[in-house]
Design a protein around this ligand. Structure first.
Ligand SMILES: [Zn+2]
Length: 355
């Protein structure tokens, strides 16, 4: 009897993956929940604000208080997907413009050793996650991707990576009526922490034409707590030589001109050749296709490794990835870094000639 039941379940799951209808059930629920989402008064107020970082900070506070433990595949990750969609809907994007694409989370190499005990478990795990994409049309079909993963470790995940999501969301709302040369696609990736599943799925789903149209990928991951604000870019070719650094160098010049405190990585680091970000986050799959990327991360390259903070080491993937801890320790750092990256993102997206 048991065997037979197993067989039925197995063939159902095969049928599910063939029809991919079971995952679509999740995306329909996520969107329904987004439409019913009760935004706090603080968030609704912040949607009218124009200064850099104000909206991001309000979104982040909501994430801290309501959405901890967004482990890939869990209910909390899906709730976060509803939250992101709700902000986009309230910020002026239509339901039709928001695409939820679900995928099964296959085995993968986690981004970090999970020796840290999870404080939050995120609820039931369906082993299915989803990317959220919203498109802001530009004058040309040439495209800039702005990406940020929204899953987390079993922490509050405000640094990694509520911060990137918050800044990308603020920008998506800011740009809605701004004329741009390039089409901008904002992609909120699911399941990064389990091995960059969302960004891999996204890249695999692109047509040849869509790939050809991408002139730049901007990845925002963990910008809240680190001591310094970095920009990475470039790839390492077969001979070990760094190339494709034009985009990151241009972004660095834009930051300098605007008096923003971004830095490039130190030179002379053999393991992490300047100014690359190595393959430590979602930009990796785009870089593998030869697409130039700029990766935003706040960290500290003490002793040649991205240790994040001199005082505490890594904040990400620890119980210190908590907005109230970060603010207690570092005052306005969280607000300031989000405002700075938010302004830089805007300047990059309004700049022409990324080809
Ligand atoms: Zn991350």
């Amino acid at each position: 009897m048991k065997k037979k039941l197993c067989g039925i379940i197995l063939s159902m799951s095969i049928l599910c993956s063939l029809l991919s209808g079971c995952s679509d059930k999740h995306t329909a629920i996520i969107m329904d929940n987004a439409k019913d989402f009760n935004l706090t008064e603080e968030i609704s107020e912040s949607l009218k604000q124009e200064d850099y970082g104000i909206q991001s900070y309000t979104f982040l506070k909501y994430i801290q208080d309501n959405l901890p433990g967004r482990i890939a595949g869990t209910e909390k990750e899906k709730e976060m997907a509803s939250f992101i969609s709700a902000i986009l809907l309230n910020g002026g994007y239509s339901e039709k413009e928001i695409k939820l694409n679900s995928f099964d989370i296959e085995e993968g190499v986690p981004m970090m050793d999970e020796s840290v005990e999870n404080v939050f478990d995120g609820g039931e795990n369906s082993q299915s996650s989803q990317n959220i994409e919203v498109i802001k049309k530009g004058q040309s079909e040439k495209t800039i991707i702005v990406g940020a993963h929204y899953d987390s470790a079993g922490t509050h995940g405000v640094d990694d990576n509520g911060s990137g999501v918050a800044v990308a969301l603020e920008n998506a709302l800011r740009m809605i009526d701004v004329e741009t040369q390039y089409t901008i696609k904002y992609v909120f990736f699911g399941a990064e922490e389990t091995g960059m599943h969302g960004s891999r799925e996204y890249v695999n789903s692109l047509t040849e034409k869509e790939k050809d149209n991408i002139v730049l990928m901007i990845n925002i991951d963990s910008i809240l707590a680190g001591d310094n604000l970095y920009l990475y870019g470039g790839s390492i070719n077969d001979k070990g030589v760094v190339e494709d650094t034009e985009a990151v160098n241009k972004a660095y010049e834009i930051a300098k001109k605007a008096n923003l405190p971004m830095q490039l990585t130190p030179e002379g680091n053999v393991d992490y050749p300047h100014p690359t970000g190595q393959k430590r986050s979602d930009h990796a799959h785009f870089s593998d296709l030869g697409i130039p990327y700029i990766y935003f991360e706040a960290t500290n390259w003490l002793n040649g490794l991205p240790v994040e903070t001199e005082k505490y080491g890594l904040i990400m993937h620890s119980d210190k990835d908590d907005l109230y801890f970060i603010e207690n320790e570092y005052g306005n750092r969280a607000k300031d870094t989000m405002a700075n990256y938010s302004q830089l993102l805007q300047l990059i997206l309004q700049e022409k000639n990324w080809e």
